[in-house]
Design a protein around this ligand. Sequence first.
Ligand SMILES: [Zn+2]
Length: 89
Amino acid sequence: MSILPRCRDMTALITEDAEGALEGVSKVQFALHLSICTPCQRMREQLRTTAALLRTLPKQPEPPRASDVDAIMKRLAAAHGNEGDDEPD
Ligand SMILES: [Zn+2]
């Protein structure tokens, strides 16, 4: 019979589990510890929530390009009810 991981070892195991990297005996030990340890259950929930929030963020926020800004400004102007009017040159 294996020894259960300690709480201080659980942080790494929780991360590995979240990444799907936990397998076999480690996974069983991890699950057993979680089932009897409320602080680690809470820590896992917090990490899950944080990970879920991080996943909602865009991976590579890009600054708008000048051409995009120009196109958006034209659309805004058109949507503003200026359609049909003569465009100022
Ligand atoms: Zn624990």
